[in-house]
Write a protein that binds this ligand. Sequence first.
Ligand SMILES: Nc1ncnc2c1ncn2[C@@H]1O[C@H](COP(=O)(O)OP(=O)(O)OP(=O)(O)O)[C@@H](O)[C@H]1O
Ligand SMILES: [Mg+2]
Length: 172
Amino acid sequence: MLTPYANTGVPIERQQIIWDILKANPLDSYILSGAPGVGKTTFARGLESLARAACPKNFAVYSQTAMKYQTDATAVAKGEYVRGLVKPNVLDNPHGIRWAVYLDDVDKLSGSEFIHRNVFDLLNAICDERPLPTQLVLTTNKNKTEFTKFFGDAVAWRVFKHCAWVSIERAA
Ligand SMILES: Nc1ncnc2c1ncn2[C@@H]1O[C@H](COP(=O)(O)OP(=O)(O)OP(=O)(O)O)[C@@H](O)[C@H]1O
Ligand SMILES: [Mg+2]
């Protein structure tokens, strides 16, 4: 899985460059951007396994689709118990646990005020500076301009500072 794949239409050399970047820096933060089917989720899954291997101890990973995050955050707000939902206040913990948050398909988040506030609070907290930075990995079909419009300038600015933007493009 951690190698280029012939059937996405993305040039093999470009895929290889991306894999090389992810392998060299598996605990860094990334926004994996590209059209449907270019391999964003596959890159994210591969990166997650590289990150787990690079940080085998005291590493907590939240890895879900953004839709699942939205459903669970909504349920928690209604007072339901949901196991394993990541919350901003766990990122700074007295146990020295380093967190990673992977959200697949952030474009599918609804525009509701509640979810926007919830996701903003989480992304903001992830982007706070800490001795061991919290890893953030997002996948999106949006380009940088559309992403900024969707999340708003303030959050997008912080997220762009925290993450490397990786464009996964098919050959023209
Ligand atoms: N490196 C790879 N090795 C093997 N299979 C791959 C690889 N990259 C992509 N694929 C396959 O190509 C298809 C599309 O990949 P993927 O689902 O990761 O794309 P995506 O960009 O996340 O798509 P979407 O925008 O629809 O979520 C999948 O069937 C996936 O298994
Ligand atoms: Mg996907």
